[in-house]
Design a protein around this ligand. Sequence first.
Ligand code: NDP
Length: 490
Amino acid sequence: MSSSKIYKLFINGKWINSESGETFPSINPTNEKVIGKFQKGNEEDVDKAVEAAEKAFKKWSEVPTPKRGLILLKIAQLLKQNKEKLARELTMEMGKVIEEARGDVQEAIDMAEYMAGEGRRLFGYTTPSELRNKFCMTIRSPVGICGLITPWNFPFAIPAWKIMPALICGNTIVFKPSSDTPLCATRLVEILERAGVPKGVVNLVIGPGGSVGMSIVKHEKVRCISFTGHKDTGKMILKEAGLKKVGLELGGKNGIIVMDDADLNLALDGVIWGGYGTTGQRCTAASRVIVHKKIKKKFERMLVNRIKRLKLGNGLNIKTDVGPLINKQAQEKSAKYTEIGLNEGAKLLIGGKIPKMKGFFFKPTLFTDCSIDMRICQEEIFGPIVSLIPVKDFEEAIEAINSVEYGLSSSIYTNDMSKAFKAIQKIESGITYINSSTIGAEIHLPFGGIKHTGIGTREGGIEGIHEFSETKTVYIDYSGKLQKAQIDVG
Ligand code: NDP
């Protein structure tokens, strides 16, 4: 792959230039080098993509669903064949360490296979009628043109969580990926094309969120918007989408509770993985650790010892533990929040600095003696910064974990079964792990959050099908006469 290569948009089955005539670079966050140039799409490109999706809809929605499933199986097969190459390009474009990059591609493979299987299910249900000689059932139908807008932190997995269910349900797609990871999006769409997705069914429009993203959101012919990204962008999208079906997967400020009876070595692994994996840039990252006062000192020592050994560097090197942040702004944001934490009176145990090396790195950082109302314990930082909040008992731990506006993922380490079950009920989040970190979603289970993490929609599993299909209720009256529900009560 050459850094001077100019990549294109994919509209109506063709790789084309943008109407804007402009391009922009994608930067490798590890060495700040340009890895390629991409078309800077605009509103006219969106119009063309919607027109293509509209034309393709009739034919695609009439393809028998199991046949659509076969195309998804082909996508899975091609992703598998190219897994290593795709993972390496992902690491180059966003800095994720190679093991996690492979996991990202694997998630896309899993989703394609799972949704291929849905091609032979897509269940509705039957239920008895209150009247004689009448039959009732539900069926699923496609929504129409779906606008899919995705972030950069899982550049294969998150688009796959949306594209695969949207396709199996018979929708057509306008896909707008993050401007930080256009190469991964291009590679994914190349694979969809090779797998035989018909022209116009999936259209890729790369370009700025404010123009390309927003014009998809506002487009009258787009029937569904599925968005993953920042809370403030999500709010804006909800306001502008009008009468569309909208799915939102927004931010998190996830916590891990470590009780005094916990297996501390297990908890240590969980905090390191949850707090510093993907350099803290996961919506499910564990940025708060709520720790029982009895074990606080010991756990702090254990954490600092482990953090000291984390190796920063190029994610392609298997010895690297933590890669860079996605861009300069993200690096500056982590530095700014370190300052905020210090000014708020939190105690810095380790890190807190931009290291002297090329790339957008930030040292894995640990604060302690934090209180729940500090900004570092309330706001999503999206960097390698973890805050320890000491608590005196289980009740205070639950209060602390619930003290944020978000509600995505959560975890508790304890060997006390009753505390574990109470935590399942009392923690306000869409996902709770017991004796495991806050990350590790499996694609056949619903994924999403409560409070300001979303609006109640879920992706993955059967719920992922609901997001991209409409339920139609069907009544078949074979009595041969007019029967009136609620009135013919005899
Ligand atoms: P952003 O909200 O900044 O961007 C997400 C996508 O929205 C990008 O494609 C972006 O385009 C686009 N966009 C930006 N502005 C607009 C707009 N006005 N109208 C329409 N689209 C727009 O989020 P990030 O990419 O920075 O991702 C990080 C955020 O995503 C974090 O808050 C994280 O928690 C959240 N997230 C949530 C997940 C979940 O499942 N709950 C999973 C992963 C991440 P462009 O790149 O061109 O700006």
